[in-house]
Design a protein around this ligand. Structure first.
Ligand code: SF4
Length: 368
């Protein structure tokens, strides 16, 4: 075994060729066994009974520790499972599995914390700690896949949404690498990935140039600069005109539909005027609109719009010619919105512990 290789944050950061170096004293077929165990069987090398016991015992010395499950919370009759996971270096992240009849979606984190500072988001309030590696992103889906297997599910993870902690486009290279790996090795279709951004204009342009065709979801939440800048500080750097320009470029380059996410906040962004402003942008961009009721928690004065108002708002938008879906949120009672659990566990860091959030998770695929 070669112990001179760099240290890895996750076993999924080790590429196939690097396994050959790590297990230099082993025959080639052992590398294949380890690789297929991880990526096809969702089995860690230490659990692979097809490996000699002596090798299994030596492996933990050279391999990175797996992400540690600090807690697992279940809700919605076991159809939503949320994990609080500890990274090497003790930062924590959150991952959610959402089960539906015909698909299993995992919502993953791309950063420990987030630097975007959206006022209504628990992760944003806690601040930024570090970027995740591509392996740490992949490992979250591995954990969810193992759980699915343990539940006796007859299907694998089918969709991945990058809507957990962090701004995916602010961790671009690991994000793309993770998508490539999961596409190739976990056989998750390119169009089953959704990258959600708060509006990082250069990141949207970079994403447009990536050959793999993923879905883009833009967390809009406000359709005029005054309101949007008050909710999403990034809007001061990339105002709506710049964001829309990047969205047009993305659509022209990829021919892919973009969706706008709109967390419905009572008295903040749910007026008839808001609907008209949103409709104008959505129609111009040919964007689908996802309305997601804000999952209210203490610490943020704004509550979510009532369901009646969400439906009225949707009706208004439809009347203006928009394509709209009202999303079912998942896991409100287990603090499923990003950052809530980590903040509650006061473990994201020494940051403020305001337990607010954007919404409970929704996977952005058609509701079932
Ligand atoms: S809403 Fe998203 S981008 Fe904004 S602070 Fe929270 S995690 Fe970051």
């Amino acid at each position: 075994m070669d112990n001179t290789l760099p240290s890895y944050k996750s076993i999924f950061d080790i590429e196939y060729e690097q396994w050959s170096k790590l297990l230099a004293d082993q025959p080639d077929y052992r590398i294949k066994q380890v690789w297929e165990g991880l990526y096809r069987g969702f089995t860690l090398p230490s659990e692979l009974t097809s490996l000699p016991k002596s090798l299994r015992e030596r492996l933990p010395e050279i391999l990175p520790q797996a992400l540690k499950v600090i807690s697992e919370l279940k809700s919605d009759n076991m159809t939503t499972i949320k994990w609080l996971l500890e990274l090497q270096g003790s930062n924590q992240i959150e991952t959610v599995l959402m089960r539906y009849k015909r698909r299993d979606t995992v919502c993953v984190s791309t950063q420990a914390g987030c630097a975007m500072g959206c006022g209504f988001c628990a992760t944003g309030q806690a601040g930024f700690f570090r970027q995740l590696t591509s392996g740490e992103i992949v490992e979250q889906v591995f954990i969810a896949s193992r759980r699915l297997r343990a539940l006796g599910a007859n299907q694998r993870v089918s969709n991945v949404v990058f809507m957990g902690m962090g701004e995916p486009l602010a961790n671009f290279a690991p994000l793309i690498r993770a998508i490539e790996v999961m596409n190739q090795e976990f056989a998750i279709g390119a169009r089953s990935f959704t990258v959600s951004t708060v509006g990082i204009v250069p990141g949207i342009r970079r994403l447009a140039a990536v050959p793999i065709q993923v879905n883009l979801a833009v967390s809009l939440h406000a359709a005029n600069d005054v309101l949007r800048s008050s909710l999403l500080p990034i809007n001061k750097t990339y105002p709506i005109s710049a964001l829309m320009g990047a969205i047009y470029e993305y659509k022209n380059a990829t021919n892919r539909r973009v969706s706008f996410e709109w967390a419905m906040m009572d008295g903040v962004n749910d007026s008839d005027k808001d609907a008209k402003e949103l409709a104008e942008l959505a129609l111009a961009a040919g964007a689908h609109i996802n309305l997601i009721p804000l999952n209210s928690t203490p610490g943020w004065p704004t509550t979510g719009s009532s369901l009646a108002r969400v439906n009225e708002f949707a009706y208004l938008l439809e009347g203006l010619g928009c394509n709209v879906t009202v999303r079912n949120t998942r896991g409100a009672e287990i603090a499923a919105a990003c950052g809530q659990l980590a903040n509650r566990n006061h473990s994201v860091g020494k940051a403020r512990r305001l337990s607010t959030n954007v919404t409970a998770f929704s996977d952005l695929a058609p509701s079932e």
